[in-house]
Design a protein around this ligand. Sequence first.
Ligand code: 6LW
Length: 503
Amino acid sequence: MRNPLIPGFHPDPSIVRVGDDYYLATSSFEYLPGIPIFHSTELETFDLLTHVAVRDGQLNLTEVTTGGGAWAPTIRHHEGRFWLVVSDMLGGRGTILFTAERPEGPWSDGTVLDVLGIDPDIAWDDEGTCYVTMSGFLLDEEHNLTHLGITQVSLDPDTGSPTSDVRRLWSGTGGMFPEAPHLYHVGDWWYLMIAEGGTERGHSISIARARSPRGPFEPGPNNPLVTARGTDRPVQNTGHGDLVQGPDGAWTVVLLGTRPRSMTRAFAPMGRETFCSPVTWGADGWPSIEPVRLDARHPAIERHMGFPDDRPASLDGFDGEIVAVRQFPAQVADLEARPGWARLTGHGAGMDAPRPDFIGVRQCTEACALEVRLDPRHGVGGLSMRYDETFHYDVEVGGSVVTATMHIASIRQSWTHRRKDTGDVRLRIVADPPATSSFGATCDRLLAQMFDDGAWVTLASFDGRYLSSDVCESFTGRVIGPYARSGHIDVATIDYTGQDIQR
Ligand code: 6LW
C-alpha cells in the first residue's frame, strides 16, 4: 500500500466504491475550491478529479473562523446518484447535502440539513429510509460546546428535514470527542464505526454493531480497532476512518494520520494526511485493522506551473491543487492583464489578511522547495509558506530590498537583503528535514532564499516547528505560494520539487 495515500493536509477522508472506481473526499476548511474528490481504480494511486465547491454559494467561507469551513465530508452512491454530506463550520452554512449525477460534477448548490452537530454520515436502509448520523458536538454559542455523543435522525434528503426525533446512539468506549461516525450494512449487521480520543495523539477508531441502523448497538470485543497512542510508530494521530472493499474483495480503511518529526516526534509540518490500512473480518463477524504503516517510497515530485501566452491561461496547474483562502484562485489571480503572467493585486495587508492576495499549493513531501519567478517592479509581494493569518513565513520584495519575515502569532523576526540584480526575481522556500529524529532535531529547517548576482542567497534559516499543526493547533497544513501586499506582482512560474525522507 502507498502511505500516505494522499499526502499534504487532506484529513477526515471518506471513500465510496462504484463498480471498479473509487472516489475519496477530504476536508478543506477555509480553502477554495473546496472539498477535493480524488479518483482511483486500484486503491494505490489517487488522482484529483474535481472539487465539490467550485462556485460561490456552495460553501460560505467569506467570514469563517480560521480552521472553520468544510469539515469531514461523507461521500456515498445511492440510486444512481452521488451524495456528499459535509459540515460548513464556524460561520459557514451548517450541514450541507450535495448531490451529483457524475463524480466529476457539477455538484448541486447543496441543501442545508436541519440537524445539529459535526461529521455527518448518510446511509439508507433497504426500505429507503435515509439516516444522518453525526457527532453531537455542538459548537454554536447557544450550546457552548455541549457534546451529545453520537446522534442520529431519519431525514428526507430532498428537503433536509428530519422525519424522526434525534436518537442518541452508542458513543464509544469512553474516549473524548466521539465523532466521525459511519454506518455500514454488512451481512445481517449494521456496523457503527466512530473515532474517539480526539484528533491528536489519543486518536483511535472503535466499532459497534446492531440488527438495525437505529441500534441498539453492542461494542466490538477488539476496540480500539486502530490507534497509535503510546507507540513510536512513524504515523501518529490515526483515526477518523471510512471502510471500503477493494478490487480483490479485501477490505481497507482510509483514515487520517500525521508524520511528526523532531527529537520526540512532536511536530507534523503537513498536518493530518490521508492514510490507509488493511482490514480483515473475523469469523465472529468483527473487523480488525492493521496498524498504519508508513510507506514513504513515493517518487520524488516535480511540478511546474506557468501561464503560457500561446494558449488560454489556466489555474488548473499542479494537478488542480491550486487553492486560495476564503476565496477562489480566479478571484485572486488575473490571467488576462498580461499574457504569459498571473497578476496578483495587493490590498495592503499581505499574508496577515483573512483573505490574502495569495494562491498556493499544499506541502505534500517532507523535504521540498517551492520556487516562484516574479516581476516585482509594480508592487510589493513575494512568496509565503502559510499555516494561517498569524503563522506564516514570507519572503517579500519591495524595490531593491528583499525581506524574510517569520510571523509566529504576535512575534515577528525579519532579515533583509539588498538585491544586486534588477528586473524579475526568483524566490524560494526550502523545507529541509534532518535525516533522522535524533537528539536536538526539529522537524525541519525552513530556508528563505532569493537568486541574486548568479547564486542562491539564504536570507534566513528558521526552525520549522513553528509552522506545524501541533504548534499552530491547526486542522490544516502548510500551503506555499506567491502573494501581493500592494500594487501588483506578476507571476511567471511556480515550481515545486520534493521527496519524502527515505527511512
Ligand atoms: C472533524 C472532526 C475533528 O470534523 O476535527 O478533531 C474536525 N476532530 O472529526 C476537522 O478535521
